[in-house]
Design a binder for this molecule. Structure first.
Ligand code: ADP
Length: 451
């Protein structure tokens, strides 16, 4: 079941990332793109390119029929979905497989299970992952909600079963607000996701976001590649990620990593996945599993030396994992800054023509980006234009190198959040690794009010 030509069903830096892994394996690539992306770097570099529609993603990058037709016409034997877009669409994965094209991703049934939050939580519990205390599945009546909230204690969080992207969640501090917030959460969920089902869990006050990278070969072998700390977030969007986490001990990494790897073996999971936890008071609490490659995967690559995209392609082609758990060593420290085309103070997107571009370089500096001078950043998509990933022998050395790399990086013609990253890397809390998922928003608020 070899793979000779991959259709890349994505755009931007991740399309380029997949192209690079494929070419290093001697595999041809086919880029599909909207009319807005005709001049994108990955389109230029791919062996073939097919225009699949107008700029709106719904008519191009999310258009099942156009993508399948492009794969058929261009003679592709596999499709890599990247992240976002169709990567966690079980229906699309099934359509791909029904056309005898290899889906470089998890089995559709696992994508579906983990895509439903109530189902995902139940599955995770059955697999032995520690859960946030809360309702056993959906909560249908106010009386049930009241009983559960009393049992776990306030504050609680009401979440939409079909939620995503941090939407459809309400924090409730006390019983007198419960009924109102529950009906609000239900109706918001109904209008946003077409499903009013909600469930309840304990609201953690000041947790960190810790996620484990896992891999399965689809036949019951599974490994973990350690954790990433993604606590630095604004509006649930990650801004900077690091590996290893400054707060996770070697014992906890081994213990929790092994629980995650065992879960993958028990599921006979296939491909790459990320198991996300909130971490507070030394305890892990499962929140969700992403059945795809993550934006921040390069920090794991930096400290393990494993090429995760290559691994995805190998597994999809029916090959075994190239590394065993015992082969994986965690060495040094890596941090990724997400570089966005946006105002560093107001966060307003800043698309437009890049007049000058100079990426950072030097030892242990990696820039994943499709930028070049003269390129026009289209206004239709995500504002992330580059990822700067820096490795150091230890966290301190990594931060010094990252500051140096940020100073070198020049993007002119549009605004970027490089100044924000530069400022962050001088904050004592960041230098000490002392930050939770609340830290960035609190800091931004203080900065705005000049306190
Ligand atoms: P989504 O799929 O919408 O991103 P998640 O379940 O992953 O939803 O939660 C998104 C974010 O919401 C988390 O990263 C965390 O910041 C916050 N959150 C979710 N559940 C809880 C909880 N029980 N306590 C505190 N914060 C939570």
């Amino acid at each position: 079941m070899g793979i000779t030509r991959i259709l890349i069903a994505n755009r931007g830096e991740i399309a380029l990332r997949i192209h690079r892994a494929a070419h290093e394996m001697g595999i041809e690539t086919v880029a599909v793109h909207s009319t807005a992306d005709a001049d994108a770097m990955h389109v230029r570099l791919a062996d073939h390119a097919v225009c699949i529609g107008p700029p709106p993603a719904g008519e191009s990058y999310l258009n099942h029929a156009s993508i399948i037709s492009a794969a058929e016409v261009a003679g592709c034997d596999a499709i890599h979905p990247g992240y976002g877009f169709l990567s966690e669409n079980a229906k699309f994965a099934e359509i791909v497989e029904a056309h005898d094209i290899i889906w470089i991703g998890p089995k559709p049934e696992h994508i579906r299970t983990m895509g439903d939050k109530v189902e995902a939580k139940r599955t995770a519990g059955a697999l032995g992952l520690p859960l946030v205390p809360g309702s056993d599945g959906a909560v249908r009546t106010f009386e049930d909600a009241k009983a559960i909230a009393q049992e776990i204690g306030y504050p609680v969080i009401i979440k939409a079963a079909s939620g995503g992207g941090g939407r459809g969640m309400k924090v409730c501090e006390s019983e007198d607000r419960l009924e109102t917030l529950m009906s609000q959460a239900g109706s918001e969920a109904k209008s946003a996701f077409g499903d009013a089902t909600v469930y309840i869990e304990k609201y953690l006050g000041n947790p960190r976001h810790i996620e484990f990278q896992v891999f399965g070969d689809g036949n019951g072998n599974g490994i973990h590649l350690g954790e990433r700390d993604c606590s630095l977030q604004r509006r649930h969007q990650k801004v900077l990620e690091e590996a290893p986490s400054p707060v996770i001990s070697d014992e906890d990494r081994t213990r929790m990593g092994e629980i995650c790897a065992q879960a993958m073996r028990d599921m006979a999971y296939r491909g790459a996945g990320t198991i996300e936890f909130l971490w507070e008071g030394g305890e892990f609490y499962f929140i969700e599993m992403n059945t795809r490659l993550q934006v921040e995967h390069p920090v794991t690559e930096a400290i393990t030396g494993v090429d995760l995209v290559r691994e995805q392609i190998r597994i999809a082609a029916g090959k075994p994992l190239s590394v065993a758990q015992d082969d994986i060593e965690f060495k040094g420290h890596a941090i990724e800054c997400r570089i966005n085309a946006e105002d560093p103070f107001t966060f307003t997107p800043s698309p437009g023509k890049v007049t000058y571009y100079h990426p950072a370089g030097g030892m242990h500096v990696r820039v994943d980006s499709g930028l070049y001078a003269g390129y026009s950043i289209p206004p239709y998509y995500d504002s992330m234009i580059a990822k700067l990933i820096v490795y150091g022998r230890n966290r301190e050395g990594c931060i010094m190198r990252l500051r140096r790399a940020l100073d070198e990086m020049v993007v002119e013609g549009v605004k970027t959040n490089i100044p924000l990253h530069q400022e962050l890397l001088h904050q004592p809390d960041i230098l000490e690794g002392d930050y939770s998922i609340k830290w960035l928003e609190n800091w931004l608020k203080e900065r705005e009010t000049g306190e």
